[in-house]
Design a protein around this ligand. Structure first.
Ligand code: COA
Length: 185
C-alpha cells in the first residue's frame, strides 16, 4: 500500500497535509489529552503515548479510496528548501499543527469530516486554511456529499466554518448538532 498521493495534495496558505509518522506519537497523545479536543472530537479511552504509537501504525498509510483518512496539518514552508529539509530530517519533522480526519460511509453516500488544531496554534488565523485543507482532501479522495457535524455548543468550530461560508444543512430539531456541507472544488 502506498500513500504517495498525500504528497501531491495542494497546500493552502502556509499549510499542507502529510501522513502521520511514529515521531508524532507524543504530539498525538498530547492532543488526545487536550480538554477541547477531547470535548469536541472522538478520542480513545487510552490516551497514552504507547496507544498513540499503535494508532499511528494503523493510520499512517491511508488509501485514497479508503473508508477513512487521517492526516496531519503541518507547515508548508518549513523544509521546502532541500537544504532546510536535510536540517529538519536531522532535527525534527514538520510540526503537528492539527489534524483532519475523513470518514466515508461504506455505501459511499456520505462523508464526514472532523478536525482540530493543537492548542498552541489556535487563535492565530489558521482555521481558514485548515478548512481549505478539508476541501482539498475531500476533492482528492472523491468523497461524496461531505459534512462537518459540529456540537451546537462548539462556538469556535461554528464561527470558523461560518467565516468561510460553508452552507448549513438541515439536522433533526433538538439533535444538539449543527451540520455544514463541505463545498465541492
Ligand atoms: C475549532 C478550531 C479548529 C478553530 O480554530 P481557532 O484557531 O480556535 O479559531 P479562530 O481563532 O480562527 O476563531 C474562529 C472564531 O471562533 C471564535 N472563538 C474561538 N475560540 C472561541 C471560544 N473558546 N469561545 C468563543 N468563541 C471562540 C473566534 O472569536 C472566531 O470568531 P469570529 O469568526 O467571529 O472572529 C479550534 O478551536 C480547535 O481545534 N478546537 C478544538 C477541537 C474542535 O473543536 N474541533 C472541531 C470539531 S467539529
Amino acid at each position: 500500500m502506498s500513500a504517495d498521493w498525500v504528497n501531491d495534495l495542494a497546500s493552502v496558505g502556509e499549510y499542507r497535509l502529510r501522513c502521520w509518522t511514529s515521531a508524532d506519537a507524543t504530539a498525538l497523545a498530547a492532543a488526545w489529552q487536550d480538554e477541547d479536543i477531547a470535548r469536541w472530537n472522538p478520542v480513545p479511552d487510552d490516551t497514552s503515548e504507547a496507544a498513540a504509537r499503535r494508532w499511528i501504525e494503523r493510520h499512517c498509510m491511508p488509501a485514497i479510496d479508503g473508508a477513512s483518512v487521517d492526516l496531519v496539518v503541518t507547515s508548508a514552508t518549513r523544509g521546502s528548501d532541500p537544504r532546510v529539509a536535510l536540517e529538519f530530517a536531522e532535527s525534527q519533522a514538520d510540526p503537528v499543527i492539527g489534524e483532519i480526519g475523513l470518514r466515508i460511509d461504506p455505501s459511499r453516500m456520505i462523508g464526514e469530516i472532523g478536525f482540530w488544531l493543537d492548542a498552541s496554534y489556535r487563535g492565530r488565523q489558521i482555521s481558514g486554511s485548515l478548512l481549505g485543507l478539508c476541501r482539498v482532501l475531500v476533492a482528492a479522495v472523491g468523497s461524496p456529499t461531505t459534512v462537518a457535524v459540529v456540537d451546537a455548543k462548539n462556538v469556535a468550530a461554528k464561527s470558523s466554518i461560518n467565516r468561510v461560508g460553508w452552507p448549513e444543512v438541515q439536522t433533526r430539531p433538538g439533535s444538539g448538532v449543527v451540520a455544514f456541507q463541505v463545498p465541492v472544488g
